[in-house]
Design a binder for this molecule. Sequence first.
Ligand code: ADP
Length: 193
Amino acid sequence: MFNIVIFGPPGSGKGTQSANIAKQYGLVHLSTGDLFRHEIQIQSPVGKEANRYISKGQLVPDAITLRLLYKHASKHINDPGIIFDGFPRTLNQAIMLDRMMNKKGIKVNLVIGIEVEEEELINRIKHRSRTSTRDDDDEKIIHNRMKIYHQQTYPVIEYYQKQGKYESISGMASVETVFQRLCAVIDQYKHEH
Ligand code: ADP
């Protein structure tokens, strides 16, 4: 299996890019944000619980997130690979993902971070909020999401750096250019392994 984690702050374009990469390389796209939004839409108990956090721009507690992620990831154990988008977002989630994969004899092969300057991120999300149906794209909530990214998600980068799996690219370019940069990193990895 070839498993990738796409990493990046809110507004970095990781959702769009993950979908494109999944298509290009025949991977399953698993976005915890999308999974939660689906649960909210169908008004399931998980959705109702998760929405208490998401609507404030906070992270959903690990126990809920991990349960939902396992449920979906375990369906794809025999597929060519998974691209994780928006997960792991805490150090604990990263450790638990490794543990889960170890048990199945698989691993995270590559982690790619999309780097975008904060000012640009805020502008992009503000722009998206004009047409978005996402309550968490509200300006006050965006700032909270950024703060949480720096406090809780940033340490995950270091975790993968120590494993020698982390690569980063600049996301300050068009969707097409960023996609090409991501493909170049993936192709290089595939060439070397
Ligand atoms: P973005 O990265 O633009 O904030 P996402 O769709 O990835 O958008 O996530 C939206 C929200 O869903 C997050 O702000 C958070 O509340 C929740 N969420 C998504 N993934 C996770 C996760 N791995 N752990 C905890 N909460 C999550």
